[in-house]
Design a protein around this ligand. Structure first.
Ligand SMILES: [Zn+2]
Length: 336
């Protein structure tokens, strides 16, 4: 191995070594793994390119001792919330390169150290900062970070709707955010009628692109029109779903998962719960009005009776009819 020996003042052949090194801080001792070289020429020790590593490693242990946030913990924040150094600085209302400097070894102020520690342990607090300062970072950086943060929160809460979404994404393999929202809508709607209980106790908002479960939307919106990649998502080993629920969702995927997002959007536009909340709005007008559970139950109960449904397999006739009508509407609109 050839490195620059500071004693010989030239590149020399040398041997690499590691040892426990002790540091003292306010009468307390900490150890870290020191790395060094021994010069084959003069037999002295030197550091050359290991100098930065040793400073950081020692400093990191001293920080732990004093209760200051460590470099590793700051790195953990950027990974946990899927955010770069610069955007993180901006989101937290710090100078643009503050986090970069901390990662390079500069000690944070006590105040910033406390803030960073709180942020690391509290996704909800992070989300508040992210929302407040989102205009300071790019839209895609915001969506990516919000998505990861929402996934953490919903995973920690064992959120039912999140687990349903995960199941559908994994099972469908190729699904985008728009299709997912519409399949959730039909799944939640019919489940209550067939099983006399809620699949998940959440209400959709009535967006111009159809019904949207906002928390779920925020989890995956950074994929935009791309397929959601299950392997990138934050998941538990086990999903909080019963066998019955899983098998029901399989059937819903069979009847609704075969259509594109734009056809599914058109299909939801034909259903009463969405139409009722759109009263007085123009076709392309944004809205976050709530689609009530009552409206959902009334509509899906009506369909259940109209189609004389006996089992969930009978939903197929409805999805076929809805598809045909949606297709006609799309065709007519294009040819107007
Ligand atoms: Zn030497």
């Amino acid at each position: 191995m050839r490195k620059f020996c500071e004693h010989c003042l030239k590149e020399v052949n040398c041997t690499y070594g590691e040892r426990q090194k002790e540091l003292e801080y306010l009468n307390q001792k900490v150890k870290f793994l020191e790395k060094y070289y021994i010069c084959n020429n003069c037999e002295n020790e030197f550091y050359d390119d290991l100098y930065d590593y040793n400073i950081k490693a020692g400093n990191n242990e001293l920080r732990k001792l004093s209760g200051t946030i460590t470099i590793d913990e700051i790195k953990e924040i950027t990974q946990k919330y899927n955010i770069g150094k610069k955007p993180l600085s901006l989101v937290l209302g710090l100078g643009e390169i503050t986090i970069t400097r901390y990662l390079d070894g500069q000690n944070p102020t006590k105040e910033n150290s406390e803030l960073l520690k709180n942020i690391l342990n509290n996704p909800l607090l992070y989300e508040i900062y992210l929302e407040a300062n989102k205009y300071k970072i790019t839209k895609i950086a915001y969506k990516k970070s919000l998505g990861k943060t929402k996934q953490i929160e919903m995973n920690e809460d064992k959120s039912k709707i999140y687990n349903i979404a995960l199941y559908l994404i994994n099972k469908a393999k190729e699904i985008d955010s728009l299709s997912l929202q519409k399949i959730l809508y039909f799944s939640l709607g019919f489940f209550s009628i067939f099983y006399k209980r809620k699949l998940a106790n959440v209400e959709a908002e009535s967006w111009k692109y159809g019904p949207v479960y906002k928390d779920v939307y925020e989890c995956f919106s950074y994929y935009e029109y791309k397929k959601i990649d299950y392997n990138e998502l934050l998941t538990n080993k086990e999903l909080y779903l019963t066998k019955e629920e899983k098998s029901y969702l399989d059937t819903m995927l069979e009847f609704f998962g075969c259509y594109s997002g734009s056809i599914l959007r058109e299909m939801t536009h034909l259903t009463d719960p969405w139409l009722n909340t759109r009263t007085g709005l123009k076709e392309d007008e944004s809205s976050n009005r709530i689609i009530t559970i009552k409206d959902m139950d009334t509509y899906f109960e009506k369909i259940y009776k109209e189609y004389n449904m006996k089992s969930i397999k009978d939903i197929k006739k409805y999805s076929d009819d809805l598809f045909k009508e949606a297709q006609r509407n799309l065709f007519n609109r294009k040819n107007k």
